[in-house]
Design a binder for this molecule. Sequence first.
Ligand code: IMP
Length: 423
Amino acid sequence: MANTILVGAQWGDEGKGKIIDVLTEQADVVVRYAGGNNAGHTVMVNGKKSVLHLIPSGILRPHKLCVIGNGVVCDPIGLVSEMDDLRQHGIKVTPKNFVLSETAHVVLPYHRELDGTRELLKGKNKIGTTKRGIGPAYGDKAARVGLRINDLIDSAKLEEKLSDRIKENNVVLKSLGAKPLSFKQVFAEYDQAGRRLKPFVQNTVVLLHEQMRAGADILFEGAQGTFLDLDHGTYPFVTSSNTTAGGACTGSGVPPHRMDRVVGVMKAYTTRVGEGPLPTENQEISNLLHGMGREFGATTGRPRRCGWFDAVATRHASMVNGIDDLAITNLDGLDTVESIKVCVAYRQGKRQYDYVPNDAQVLAACEPMYVEFEGWRCPTVSCRTFKRLPAKAREYVKAISELSNARLFIASVGPGREQTIFV
Ligand code: IMP
């Protein structure tokens, strides 16, 4: 398979978990390189649903090495509970199949408190974060006051650094009207989590290079989506990491020239959770998908905002990520739609855009310009080959791949591994 970066080509929740799970079959190593437990990757195996937040989905397959890279911000309490959950489902998690970077940054309770408090204070201008402390944790990393996993697993270092950080953060929390934290309590809890995680901690950069020398194929598991990228997304309505393909290099220590392929995952329509512009948002398709019990967030359970497929956005995503191959998911979500719209350009006043403007306010004011496709209006969930898909569904996925400027690789018609059509 060679080294493959998998990214979301829209606003997150593109169904990456399932595609990663399918592609993992051919990989030796799976690496998470950005984000934290704001992500929620839903994977169905043998009819059983698993939601993973930090551990790469590769953990569900035996004999794969799963790595949390240096670019991730790691909530150790969340991670330990995810490991316990997996074990309860009979999935093995040992230092042989799971490794955590010693330089990943630690998400601490004051990050979560600050995240929640800032959102509250922003009122109607809130970002709609997952309140997992992601922004403040990356903020501390950039400000060079973060704690890393190496600090967490050394009780003496943890005690010293945490005590300083809690002192400072309590001043900030109090000034914002939030409750201060007890050092004693946080230390006890995090020190214990550190002890549990210690056997899994390694220099993952060295490990990944050793793996490459031994001929391993690596899959880089992107979290969130292109338009939630801190630099390339709809700022400020973004997450705080580089979710795009470049993030895989900085977040893992594997250099750009060792990357062979970028796979972009996109839904056959568009969704977004949280605030911020979504040009093709449409109530009718939101009602339809929610009525089918679909499109509720895997991490927070919030209903996702839904809209028609936005080819301006996915074309832009192909450009920023260098997407070679496309995996189109949730095709079956459109099975009952009579006429399907696809946005091919935006208009704002007299100006027409064929790329995504950087200013979130400009994007919010953009009107989508649509072309329409006739729906296939029959179930696709049991199709297993491209030939078996209704002709109109084939036409649709071909058209949206062409409009997105990348090769059609996979069409997915349901959450199961077997509902994956390789084109
Ligand atoms: P944060 O990452 O929790 O700071 O949230 C920032 C924005 O990214 C919010 O709009 C969230 O809803 C969105 N977001 C974060 N993680 C995900 C994800 O895994 N899927 C979809 N949206 C996400």
